[in-house]
Design a binder for this molecule. Structure first.
Ligand SMILES: Nc1ncnc2c1ncn2[C@@H]1O[C@H](COP(=O)(O)OP(=O)(O)O)[C@@H](O)[C@H]1O
Ligand SMILES: [Mg+2]
Length: 441
């Protein structure tokens, strides 16, 4: 390299120029780069703005911003559609414009919601009601947040509302569907119960009628020899002297044989084949006839009988003596239930007898209600069986209700029992009205 002393001033100048030019080029290059960065930044900014605008426009939810005085500053398309306003109609208006009267509004100054919004910066999932330009009310779920400057000062608020009409409609539909389903289920359960009850009644009546057939054939066989025992023991008793030592035993034979005869007669009654007589009769008259025969007897002495009979005759076609027997059996049972289940003591209690016309069933109805001991639920399905009795010491044959059942059944009627243990029992009989019995029976 040449020494400084050897460098000419022209040479120095040239290298200086080269350096200046190089620096300037560098400066130009830096400048150009800075410009592209700035342009890129600007582009990015524009893209971000377009992106935000796009989001706002395509948002399904309604978005709205306000300044710090709660004056509307921006609304998106969804908001304009929801509230049926043009953008320019909303911007610059106070926020109250879009709330229904009295609806919760987090921008109402001093309200609890407003205090919460200011304190926590947001209020979410608020159910409230907005109002459209035509005054229609729209239920919405509202989220409100505070917008802040870099300094932390409040700049305004942003509200996002979700239309709840569709959801409410779906909810109402779902509720109605659930209610309908519940109703259907209840109906199905009811139908099932009815079917079960019908099945139980069928089984019961089948059981009773087969028992009846058997009882009848046995009774037929026993009736004649038993008749002979009763007649001859009577004759024997009459022909013996008062002081004959075997006389008490003979009396026992007569008494017990007569009791057997009553049972057999009951069985034959119960299983009596055929329909019996068919005569026009008034059920009220038959009720009176049955009661008149019983009134003087011991179990009825302390019983108050109350009548509530249909004012017009209840005309049926029946075998009146059989129906009277059925009523007699029910009345005797009622009286016995009030004397404490067949004890020979006079009964205490109230018996009420009702009769009425039941147009729905085309039937005449009679019910006998007592204030007696009642029937335990486990016995309810057995009381119509022949020989079922709860009466001790030979007081009951267990045939009374079996006979009632047979008679009512042969008349095409229905029998129902309602009982409350310790409170009392009601037996109700329905017989087809005159002219309706063919259809029923
Ligand atoms: N009104 C009633 N109150 C309470 N229990 C009754 C009544 N009617 C019938 N019962 C019950 O039904 C059973 C059968 O009655 P029933 O066939 O008349 O036979 P019995 O009267 O000979 O016992 C009775 O033993 C009694 O337990
Ligand atoms: Mg009886």
């Amino acid at each position: 390299m040449a020494s400084a002393a050897g460098v000419s001033s022209a040479q120095l100048e040239e290298s200086l120029w080269i350096e200046i030019i190089r620096r300037m080029e560098q400066l130009y290059a830096d400048l150009a780069q800075a410009q592209t960065v700035a342009e890129r930044k600007n582009e990015e900014l524009l893209r971000a703005k377009a992106f935000a605008d796009n989001i706002l426009r395509s948002m399904v939810n309604s978005l709205l911003t306000t300044d710090r005085d709660s004056v509307i500053t921006t609304v998106n398309d969804a908001c304009c559609r929801l509230l049926v306003y043009g953008r320019e109609e909303l911007v610059g208006k106070p926020i109250e414009t879009i709330f229904a009267d009295g609806a919760p509004n987090p921008l109402r100054r001093g309200s609890g919601l407003w205090i919460r919004l200011r304190a926590t910066g947001s209020v979410t999932d608020l159910e409230t009601t907005l109002r459209t330009s035509s005054g229609e009310e729209v239920p919405v779920s509202l989220n409100a947040s505070v917008l802040r400057e870099r300094t932390g000062d409040m700049m305004g608020t942003v509200l996002v509302a979700t239309d709840l009409r569709e959801m409410k409609r779906l909810l109402a539909e779902a509720r109605a569907a659930a209610a309908a389903e519940r109703e259907q289920a209840a109906k199905r359960a009811e139908a099932y119960r009815e079917l079960k009850a019908l099945q139980a009644r069928l089984i019961q009546s089948e059981k009773i009628s087969s028992l009846g057939r058997m009882a009848a054939s046995v009774a037929h066989e026993i009736n004649n020899p038993l008749g002979a025992v009763v007649v001859y023991s009577h004759l024997l008793l009459e022909s013996t002297a008062e002081d004959f030592p075997g006389r008490p035993n003979l009396q026992k034979i007569v008494r017990e044989a007569t009791r057997c005869q009553n049972i057999v007669r009951g069985l034959l009654d119960f299983a009596r084949p055929g329909r019996g007589a068919r005569l026009p009769a008034d059920l009220n008259g038959i009720v009176h006839a049955a009661l008149d025969l019983l009134r003087g007897q011991a179990p009825f002495r302390n019983i108050a009988v109350a009548f509530d009979l249909s004012p017009t005759p209840l005309e049926v076609t029946c075998d009146p003596s059989q129906v009277q027997q059925a009523f007699t059996n029910l009345l005797v049972n009622a009286a016995e239930a009030m004397s404490g289940g067949g004890s020979p003591l006079p009964a205490m209690g109230a018996l009420s007898i009702r009769s009425w016309l039941d147009p729905a069933r085309q039937a005449a109805a009679v019910s006998f209600t007592d204030t007696g001991c009642g029937i335990p639920p486990e016995n309810l399905e057995r009381i119509f069986e022949p020989f079922f009795t709860t009466k001790q010491g030979g007081h009951g044959t267990g045939l009374g209700l079996a006979i009632v059942y047979g008679i009512i059944d042969r008349h095409g009627g229905t029998l129902k029992v309602d009982s409350q243990l310790g409170k009392g029992t009601t037996f109700t009989v329905w017989l087809p009205l005159k002219g309706a019995e063919e259809a029923a029976g």
